[in-house]
Design a protein around this ligand. Structure first.
Ligand code: FES
Length: 115
């Protein structure tokens, strides 16, 4: 059975088979999720955010996720390499820190221009 995964904020929808990891879905859809451990829950670089209403569209957290993420799981953080698709899913990729800093500065300068 096929499902769709929507990647936010780029709003890209990828069709995948049940059991496909979110990381693999991202690669298939050419959505960049940086990794260093090859998908072994070792680098924690593949964190994604999942809203509670979409949590059941992913498999339950693995033991590795529980160990590595701890209380972050309660905040909807998952590892894309460990979470697999089992429903119509929507996941949010955290904003790159450098891009976030630039966006904040641009927003600030836009606000300054208004005065
Ligand atoms: S790819 Fe390294 S923790 Fe997921």
């Amino acid at each position: 059975m096929d499902f769709h995964v929507r990647f936010v904020p780029m709003n890209k929808m990828i069709k995948v088979r049940r059991g496909t990891s979110v990381l693999r879905a991202a690669h298939e859809g050419r959505v960049t999720i940086k990794t260093r451990c090859g998908g072994n829950a070792g680098c924690l670089m593949c964190k994604i955010e999942v809203d509670p209403e979409h949590a059941s569209a992913l498999t339950p957290p693995t033991d590795a996720e529980r160990r590595k993420l701890g209380p972050l799981l309660e905040q909807g953080i998952r590892l894309a390499c460990q979470a697999s698709v089992c429903g119509q899913a929507e996941v949010r990729l955290p904003e790159d820190p450098l891009k976030a800093a630039i966006r904040k500065q641009l927003e600030q300068s836009d606000n300054d221009d208004l005065w």
